[in-house]
Design a protein around this ligand. Structure first.
Ligand code: DP6
Length: 382
């Protein structure tokens, strides 16, 4: 007998991802199909995640993502009897929160849309690949559907069916890998990524060259470095790809610049630090904003954080400068200090979030996780 339950609800979380081979440019604006493949690292949800509750109830509303409605309808027609007492016309309530500050400049849209796609799919019993659904919200969101190291294959088909995300290696693959988010600025960016990449596609010959002649080989190379846990290769290619992405922004007309003076000083610091050690021990990458994401290995975190503290001393929040995973106060030799060769600029890095590689979306089933009250409206705390 069908259940009398008047609604179905699901609370899920999804992670933030950081691309090491960047997505920039669409070949189809409607379906959100990229001009090149990309590869990202999923960050741990203890430090950065989106949490959403989806609750479907009371006929006469609509399902927000048409693609989920289509997939759910298809699933229904494949089955003889509908096991769920759930109408596709039910109204859907969604509440969403992030556990990281907006100022961190992390791609909240990627985790938000991945979370929405994942939660809706659970509510509506959709079991097919969700890349298409998440991608329609924000391209990079499809990479947040998996943990570890994730590739978004650009695909070739006009309908986008082969433009899908897939896991290259799970989160347990490279346990020594660490991620530091250096939060530089809370200013709102001048050019959003959707508009920015549109202008780049229209005006930058460098972007076309990058998509056709550079990225295919870089994808293969990066996947190999990840599989081999080769930090030298991984770090160097991550920096080169970030630099090329920002070069295409400058090649866009009118030009786009996401980096500021502090970002450029961080780039300088990383290269000086690596030169001092005679190898790539730290790597930076920047998305459409001035905050840096640093990759390194656990044995280098303390020394690099000490170098950052030395070059960018906290202005007032010394005790809150470091968030996330604990970092031991590190040694900073006089030789390294001299090698960095930078006058300290106090306050230009606001704080650091230390994190690591993490898993994909999760279902939260304890009652405290619910964001919507019995009336379907957000609880006062949300
Ligand atoms: C620089 O996925 O935010 O972070 O598809 O227009 O929503 P839309 O863009 P979005 O772009 C992300 C761009 C990037 C690089 C990356 O994450 O690959």
């Amino acid at each position: 007998m069908a259940s009398e339950k008047p609604y179905l609800a699901m609370t899920c979380t999804a992670p933030v991802n950081i691309a090491v081979i960047k997505y920039w440019g669409k070949r189809d604006e409607e379906l959100i199909l990229p001009i090149n493949s990309s590869l990202s690292v999923t960050l741990h949800q203890d430090q950065a995640r989106c949490q959403e509750q989806v609750r479907a109830a009371l006929p006469s509303g609509y399902l927000p993502l048409p693609t989920v409605r289509r997939l759910a309808r298809k699933r229904r027609s494949d089955e003889e009897e509908d096991p769920l007492p759930l109408s596709l016309n039910y109204k859907v309530h969604v509440a969403s929160v992030n556990n990281f500050p907006t100022a961190a400049g992390l791609a909240s849209s990627a985790s938000g849309y991945a979370c929405l796609a994942y939660a809706l799919a659970r509510v509506y019993g959709v079991e097919s690949d969700l890349s298409e659904v998440a991608r329609r919200g924000s391209g990079s969101a499809c990479r947040s559907l998996y943990g570890g190291f994730v590739e978004w294959q650009m695909g070739e088909q006009a309908d986008g069916k082969d433009s899908v995300a897939r896991q290259v290696a799970p989160e347990s693959h490279w346990p020594e890998l660490r991620v530091l988010i250096l939060v530089v600025s809370a200013e709102k960016k001048l050019t959003g990524s959707t508009v920015g990449m549109q202008t780049s596609v229209e005006t930058s010959p460098l972007l076309r060259f990058r998509a056709e002649a550079v990225v295919p080989a870089r994808m293969a190379e990066m996947i190999r470095y990840v599989k081999e846990r080769n930090f030298q290769g991984f770090g160097e290619l991550t920096m080169k790809d970030s630099n090329q992405f920002h070069a295409t922004c400058l090649d866009t007309f009118p030009p786009i610049s996401y980096l500021n003076d502090t970002s450029r000083r961080i780039i300088h610091l990383v290269h000086r630090f690596n030169a001092h050690h005679g190898q790539t021990k730290v790597a930076y990458t920047f998305d459409a904003g001035p905050n840096a994401v640093i990759f390194t290995l656990d044995d280098t975190v303390a020394e690099f954080v000490a170098a950052v503290r030395h070059s960018f001393p906290p202005e007032s929040n010394g005790d809150k400068f470091l968030k996330g995973l604990p970092v031991k106060p590190g040694p900073l030799s006089d030789e390294l200090k001299a090698a960095l060769g930078m006058d300290p600029t106090p306050g230009s890095i606001k704080y650091i979030i230390a994190t690591q590689v993490g898993p994909g979306p999760q279902i939260l089933d304890h009652p405290h996780a619910h964001l919507l009250g019995p009336d379907g409206l957000p609880k006062p705390t949300v």
